[in-house]
Design a protein around this ligand. Structure first.
Ligand code: SF4
Length: 331
């Protein structure tokens, strides 16, 4: 099924026998929800419900909602499963593909990437094209690595905003195929090698110098927030209920360290972390987010106090040097 610029591959055969299905869509697909529901109802004869809650990744499976609505299946669109996330409820994933022009992508890499030993990575929307790109590049003399990553990574070459383990440390440079700057900047900070970012929609290639400059700016911002947290007395430790973001163990360890330093802290558990919701609890001097790293790194300006990651907390309390700054990751 083609909807807008997406090719959506619903496994209809696997949906037989379910009576009530809750579907979960990322925000870009919600506009097509009613069309998807019509088709699913016609093909499955099941009751189809749609979740309106935000959905940013496969870490965020609406199992609680499915249970409370008496659904017998959760159908999650647009993300690949997280292999090491065990869920005790029937969940199926729907591939959502953004087709790309592999010849043009190859041409752009050949004309702009000088290193010949490269690692290529991408997001779920383009993952199925990586092998074809690799074959094309190998014919042109490149050595191309598509690494497997750790237990959070469903397919070789996939990167998540919280996990860059599929980036090969042995390559001279990395080519990220996808949109946005978060992933290439994160990779640049994680492996400190040249990173190119190839946007297959606008067909532009961003150079390692530009990515590195963005990474420097991000690190400066983070340094500012860590510095601004020095002297903080009251900490809010944020824990997400989302199954693949829940790091309560990390939160408890942070709280213990704060107690040893005679600082006050409060563990706040929530589904989606929103600055407004935190205001109800009064003033905090610093938030430490153990949830999706993107909340602290992308959205920090929305919070009333500095919001830092667990890695940055280590720097704050002197357990890690700033020179050893790494991206917060979930494994
Ligand atoms: S934790 Fe954040 S970056 Fe990781 S999969 Fe979830 S939404 Fe994506």
């Amino acid at each position: 099924m083609i909807l807008g610029s997406y090719r959506i591959e619903i496994p209809f055969e696997e949906l037989k026998g379910y009576k009530r299905i809750l579907i979960q869509l990322p925000s870009g697909l919600k506009i097509y929800a009613r069309k998807i529901i019509d088709i699913l109802e016609e093909k499955t004869k099941a009751d189809i419900l749609v979740s309106s809650d935000p959905c940013f990744g496969a870490c965020d499976l609406a199992v609680d909602t499915a249970l409370s609505m008496d659904a017998d299946l959760l159908l999650h669109f647009g993300h690949l499963p997280i292999p090491n996330l065990k869920i005790d409820f029937p969940v199926k994933f729907v591939d959502v593909i953004m087709d790309i022009d592999v010849s043009s992508v190859t041409y752009l890499i050949v004309s702009g990437v000088t290193e010949k030993n490269i690692s290529i990575v991408t997001t779920a929307q383009h993952i199925r094209y990586l092998n074809e790109i690799r074959k094309n590049l190998e014919k042109r003399g490149y050595r191309v690595r598509i690494d497997e990553g750790d237990g959070r990574i469903a397919q070789p070459g996939l990167v998540l905003g919280c996990n860059f383990s599929s980036v090969s440390r042995d390559a001279e440079a990395v080519v990220f195929v996808g949109t946005g700057t978060f992933h290439p900047v994160g990779i640049s900070i994680s492996i400190r090698k040249p990173v190119y970012s190839l946007d297959p929609v606008s067909m532009t290639l961003t150079s390692p110098n530009e990515i590195s400059a963005m990474a420097d700016r991000l690190i400066k911002r983070r340094f500012y927030l860590i510095t601004a947290s020095q002297g903080a007395e009251n900490f809010g430790i944020l824990v997400s209920k989302k199954p693949g973001q829940n790091r309560m163990d990390v939160a408890l360890s942070i709280r213990k360290k704060l107690e040893e330093k005679r600082k006050k802290s409060c563990i706040i558990v929530t589904d989606t972390i929103q600055p407004d919701m935190l205001r109800d609890f009064g003033k905090f001097d610093c938030f430490i987010s153990t949830a999706c790293p993107r909340i602290a790194l992308d959205d920090h300006e929305m919070f009333d106090a500095p919001i830092i990651t667990p890695v940055e907390f280590e720097i704050l309390i002197g357990e890690r040097k700033f020179d050893d700054y790494i991206f917060d990751s979930i494994t």
